[in-house]
Design a protein around this ligand. Structure first.
Ligand code: NAD
Length: 241
């Protein structure tokens, strides 16, 4: 772990972590805005990722939405990396009170984190649009449950992933819980996020504690606010033993 970060952690009793897609790149899940991110990759469908992951696209081109979603958002074999594992350990020790994440991959929970506020939902939760029946990720990935990539409920209606698409609002309860955790923290560690996605990025404004740590491979609009700024791999910077 980064030495200065470790000192801060050992002096903190209410740490909150706020992260994004960069937390999971070391688990081989691409982010959006890195060199290898989905925004730079050539999109064979001729639409931008923002278009394809929008509510209107989901409604209008449901089969193409699911084709893209399954190819780019579902990573059934991904495993937590050192960042996820360290955060789970800090929570067990009682130092870390919550993880607030923009990620939808469920890797924090897979690493053992319990208090996780998923601002953008999760690929692990899927609900029938008509009867509300729950389905896991395995069900919607299974081609036998789909017609032209679109998963269907036993009642016949389409199953929608519980992820927040572009044009959709964040879940109010999740947002409230995230704001509450951040506003009570003495240390906020922000990592693996370009801080360009709103309203998520604005959550930093609710921090009133002593130390803001920012860990990212590239610059963000919030760098000047950080008490400790680490331009490095988050897995390496956070590895906590
Ligand atoms: P982003 O792609 O905009 O930014 C990721 C940032 O992380 C970049 O600034 C990059 O330099 C940095 N980064 C990448 N790998 C890193 C590493 N190993 N160590 C340190 N920094 C690293 O991602 P965002 O800000 O989270 O916003 C994108 C949106 O995409 C989010 O809303 C999120 O829901 C969604 N998304 C989620 C996943 C996922 O669940 N794993 C994957 C892709 C996109």
């Amino acid at each position: 772990m980064n030495r200065e970060l470790k000192e801060i952690i050992l002096q903190s009793s209410n740490i909150v972590f706020f992260g994004g897609a960069g937390v999971s790149t070391e688990s081989n899940i691409p982010d959006f805005r890195s060199e290898e991110g989905l925004y730079r990759a050539k999109n064979k469908y001729g639409y931008s990722p923002e278009q394809m992951l929008s509510h209107s696209f989901y409604k209008k081109h449901t089969n193409l939405f699911f084709k893209y979603y399954k190819e780019n958002m579902i990573f059934a074999n991904a495993q937590p990396n050192d960042a996820h594992i360290s955060l789970a350990k800090l929570e067990k020790e009682g130092r870390l009170k919550a993880v607030v994440t923009q990620n939808i991959d469920g890797l924090h929970q897979k690493a053992g984190s319990v208090k996780v506020h998923e601002l953008h939902g999760s690929v692990h939760r899927n609900y029938c649009e008509r009867c509300g029946k729950f389905y896991d990720m395995g069900y919607i990935s299974n081609a036998d449950n789909c017609e032209e990539d679109v998963p269907h409920c036993t009642c016949g209606a389409v199953i929608k992933p519980d992820v927040v698409l572009y044009e959709e609002p964040l879940n109010e309860n999740t947002l409230r819980a995230a704001i509450s955790a951040i506003s009570k923290a003495d240390t906020l560690i922000v990592g693996g996020t370009s801080l360009l996605v709103y309203p998520a990025a604005q959550l930093i404004d609710f921090f009133q504690g002593k130390t803001l740590v920012l860990i990212n491979k590239t610059a963000t609009p919030y760098d000047s606010r950080a008490n400790l700024l680490i331009y490095d791999s988050i897995g390496k910077a956070m590895k906590y033993e």
